[in-house]
Write a protein that binds this ligand. Structure first.
Ligand SMILES: [Fe+2]
Ligand SMILES: [Fe+2]
Length: 214
């Protein structure tokens, strides 16, 4: 994304293009090497495989939502530096998306069929919180990344210990999500009201439960 002054129509078209690429096209080549690249595949039982695929599908759905959230914020961000920070984070999230997609395929399964729902919902939330002002949108990102880190920690507990390839991806994602949250705090994130945080937890719960299966 360039720093040109884009008209609202330009932004709308760019947003629709991003959405289609994220939802409909394969994630493509990540910009950075897959953290699992040097880790050997191990023999997993059918049950372990399907559980690992379910968890990686949840992570993939989360990354679809992360793309949309950051893009939604960037579309309405008032401060050019914050817009750039959002676009940078979205680029890192797109590596996460590609790594998760690769791992799901290695495990013989497919990403969530509800991806358009995750994208549309998160884009709307991103844009609405961005309209409230950058400090609130940053607060939203900081809280999202905090909750994502908790999820990823629980996945590290839940993934089969033998599944080194999935674990390497999740570990690197967790470190980078923590950094995204830290960056948002440093850029001036406001602390969200407790009821908003609870609502976010509830929404994440619905998404993670659904994406594990569908
Ligand atoms: Fe991510
Ligand atoms: Fe992140």
């Amino acid at each position: 994304m360039t720093n040109r002054n884009l008209s609202p129509i330009d932004r709308l078209i760019a947003g629709a293009d991003d959405a289609l690429r994220t939802i409909a096209a394969p994630a493509g080549r990540p910009a950075r090497a897959n953290p699992a690249a040097l880790i050997k595949e191990t023999d997993l039982t059918a049950r372990q495989k399907s559980h690992a695929a379910g968890l990686m599908r949840v992570n993939h759905a989360g990354e679809i939502a992360a793309q949309a959230l950051y893009k939604g914020h960037a579309t309405v961000a008032r401060d050019a530096n914050i817009e750039q920070q959002m676009q940078r984070a979205a680029a890192e999230e797109s590596d996460h998306l590609a790594w998760c997609e690769q791992r799901i395929q290695e495990l013989g399964e497919e990403p969530s069929r509800l991806s358009p729902v995750w994208y549309a919902g998160a884009y709307a939330i991103g844009a609405v919180s961005g309209i409230l002002g950058d400090k609130w949108s940053l607060g939203f990102i900081a809280e999202t990344e905090r909750q994502v880190c908790e999820h990823l920690d629980s996945h590290l507990d839940g993934l089969p210990p033998e599944d080194g390839r999935s674990r390497a991806i999740v570990e690197q994602m967790r470190d980078e999500e923590a950094e995204h949250g830290e960056n948002a705090m440093q850029a001036g994130a406001a602390e969200l009201p407790a009821p908003v945080k609870s609502l976010m937890r509830l929404t994440a719960k619905v998404m993670t439960k659904a994406a594990y299966w569908v």
